[in-house]
Design a protein around this ligand. Structure first.
Ligand code: ADP
Ligand code: MG
Ligand code: ZN
Length: 485
């Protein structure tokens, strides 16, 4: 694919983490028994009026401000009319011509093949508020083959739609954008970011154009993307499909397609569902939404440190390698965990290392998140201090860490109970060194003939003889002295 370049714009729906729905007081709890979180308002019964949830607006404004959008002092809810069995009113309350916020951006960083890093800002066209629809249930019921069911618990749950500019130029950039956007929303605590539960949903707009051309090609919108991985797969497939169509003399039709994750292909949606005229008009039951500037400014100053800034601080002030900084800053609970461990250790790099390799590896294997870590950040700090002050070797520390992960015990207690304190006592090490030298005359010969590499073998033997507890630095020094003869 060198003759064509892709142009990609993403539309992300994020469910806001409010306790109640956007226009009524029903709870938003996920997984409640079907049709228990409902009332006349979110069931669309006649004679009811929507009342806007202030917290939903606050969360939407937080997301807007954190992504550098301009919040409009006056925005309008609008009716988006269409028929579907999960939409009881026959219209969705959304925003159209006057959205809540416009013109922001999301910074991304991409790893370069050579090891460097490329930075880019993906523009945002708009962020608007809307209500979610209900959910059709086609599976898992005794008569699923012949009937569909509707669960209205989700009807009226508050969403924001975040529409990116067509600034995304590859599947990798799409992935980086989604990852950063999710991270920002979760940091702000306005969305739980859970894709499996539908808290974050994404549609991808994709077109291709001859490399270097100024004009955009015809775009296709892909729906049904339920994981970041599937977003990437669908975009990859679609770029190839469109490029091939143009190469072979055909052209791309503007349409909506669905991604089939099992087969890894996109397919046109039936045209009846495609030909949609929403007949938008301003929602007569809600007055214009007026957002006052002092409130926006109050929200702006209350924002937490965001992932990009935190990553910057981890790499800069704390001196972490860019990769570790990016990994640890992306998730707020993980970043908090790291910072606490780094403080306790007095050694940020070591804390980053232990967490991103040893701890995360074990947590993944046990299918646990950082919140369920059996090892506390302060204990990681204590372990690193034991290494740094020479009490235990790095090798022994791994054994200690295994036990910390198993039992949640403190490293100091484990080291004391199992007698793992590093032997720095020269006498004991000297005895072991002399024993190893006496027992291996031919290796001594090899070393003395100038094969310095044999030193490593001797270090290994002495470590073995001391149960791995000898200080490697002391072993090295004494070995060299004694082998010199
Ligand atoms: P609509 O109102 O029909 O959804 P928008 O102009 O709002 O159209 O664009 C929707 C999305 O499509 C945005 O994310 C935008 O960046 C993207 N987009 C627009 N034109 C193109 C194009 N030629 N190729 C790829 N994406 C595009
Ligand atoms: Mg759109
Ligand atoms: Zn309700």
């Amino acid at each position: 694919m060198t003759d064509f370049e892709p142009v990609i714009g993403l539309e992300v729906h994020a469910q806001l983490r409010t306790a109640t729905k956007i226009f009524c007081g029903c709870p938003t709890t996920f997984g409640a028994p079907p049709n228990t979180n409902v009332c006349p308002v979110c069931l669309g019964l006649p004679g009811v009026l929507p009342v806007l949830n202030r917290t939903a607006v606050e969360y939407a404004v937080k997301a807007a401000v954190a992504t550098g959008c301009r919040v409009n002092p006056r925005s309008l809810f609008a009716r988006k009319n269409y028929f579907y069995p999960d939409l009881p009113k026959g219209y969705q309350i959304s925003m159209y011509e006057q959205p809540l916020a416009e013109k922001g951006s999301v910074p991304i960083e991409l790893e370069e093949p050579g090891g460097g890093e490329r930075r880019k800002a993906i523009g945002l066209i708009r962020i608007h508020m809307e209500e979610d629809a209900g959910k059709l249930v086609h599976e898992g019921m005794p008569d699923s083959g012949t009937r569909s069911y509707v669960d209205f618990n989700r009807s009226g749950v508050p969403l924001i739609e975040i529409v990116s500019a067509p600034d995304i130029s590859s599947p990798e950039e799409a992935h980086a954008y989604l990852t950063r956007l999710r991270s920002i929303l979760v940091y702000l605590e306005v969305c739980d970011g859970n894709m499996e539960e539908g808290s974050l949903r994404c549609d991808a707009n994709v077109s291709v154009r001859p490399r270097g051309a100024a004009a955009f090609g015809t775009r296709v919108e892909i729906k049904n993307l339920n994981s970041f991985r599937n977003v990437v797969r669908a975009i990859e497939y679609e770029i190839e499909r469109q490029a091939e169509a143009v190469r072979s003399g055909g052209k791309v039709v503007q349409e909506t397609r669905l991604f089939d994750a099992d087969r890894g292909v996109t397919e046109p949606m039936r045209s009846k569902e495609e030909a949609m005229d929403y007949r938008y008009f301003p929602e007569p039951d809600l007055p214009p939404l007026l957002v006052e500037t002092p409130w926006v400014e109050k929200i702006r100053v209350s924002l937490p440190e965001l992932p990009a800034q935190r990553r910057e601080r981890f790499a800069g002030a704390l001196g972490l390698p860019p990769r570790d900084a990016a990994f640890l800053a992306a998730d707020r609970p993980l970043a908090d965990f790291f910072e606490e461990a780094a403080r306790a250790a007095g050694n940020p790099r070591a804390a980053a290392n232990w967490i991103s390799s040893e701890l995360i590896g074990r947590l993944n294997a046990a299918r646990r998140g950082i919140a369920a870590s059996p090892v506390r950040p302060s204990s990681i700090g204590a372990l690193i201090r034991l290494i740094d002050d020479g009490t235990i070797s790095g090798k022994i520390a791994k054994t200690v860490f295994d036990e910390m992960f198993e039992s949640g015990a403190e490293p100091g207690a484990i080291v004391a109970a199992r007698g793992l304190v590093q032997i720095s006592d020269e006498g004991a090490i000297l005895a072991a060194v002399d024993r190893v030298i006496a027992e291996n005359p031919s290796q001594v010969e090899t070393y003395r003939k100038g094969k310095a590499a044999a030193l490593g073998w001797f270090v290994g033997q002495v470590m073995k003889a001391t149960g791995g507890k000898a200080s490697p630095a002391v072993v090295n020094r004494i070995l060299k002295e004694r082998l010199q003869g």
